[in-house]
Ligand binder design. Structure first.
Ligand SMILES: [Zn+2]
Length: 163
């Protein structure tokens, strides 16, 4: 085909743009699919509406109980609680100049803090988890916002809807 005309030129360039777009679109679709898989793997729903700590393996659920204690449960890939093995958990929270340290006692498959959390709004929390007394610690840091999320009705510190 003789391609001296402007129409022909435009047609050709639009075809190459189309091809380019298609390649891009396919890449985007693959990327989106990968992201969906990644986020579904990350988004383990918390069986007790607590906060999932996924920096540790197995993952942990952090929950403030009705008596204001911290409960930590370890979860398998399906989100079921599994018995703690040798994990050592320490929580440091509250006023940075005078922080409160909570230690944990095993009650069944749950690690329960030795006392209630200090009072206060959105207190900074540092959860330190070791898979054994000499293991490298993993830290999870967040503010403990105890208000209820209006959308998913979890506490804000455990919000599951990213609102
Ligand atoms: Zn929410």
């Amino acid at each position: 085909m003789d391609c001296n005309s402007l129409v022909c030129f435009l047609l050709k360039s639009s075809q190459s743009i189309n091809k380019f777009m298609k390649t891009k679109m396919i890449a985007i679709v693959f990327l989106a699919a990968e992201l969906a898989i990644a986020s579904s793997a990350e988004k383990l729903s918390a069986p007790n509406h607590g906060r999932i700590i996924d920096a540790v393996d197995p993952r942990a659920e952090f929950l403030i109980s009705s008596d204001q204690k911290i409960e930590i449960r370890f979860l398998d890939a399906a989100g079921k609680a599994i018995a703690p093995t040798a994990q050592v958990v320490t929580v440091t929270m509250g006023d940075r100049t005078k922080p409160t340290t909570l230690l944990f006692i095993r009650v069944g498959d749950t690690l329960v803090s030795d006392r209630a959390i200090p009072a206060g709004k959105e207190l900074p929390v540092v959860v330190k988890i070791q898979n054994g007394p000499d293991a490298k610690p993993v830290y999870a840091k967040f503010n403990l916002n105890l208000a209820t999320c209006p959308t998913c009705s979890n506490a804000e510190y455990a919000c599951a809807c990213d609102h």
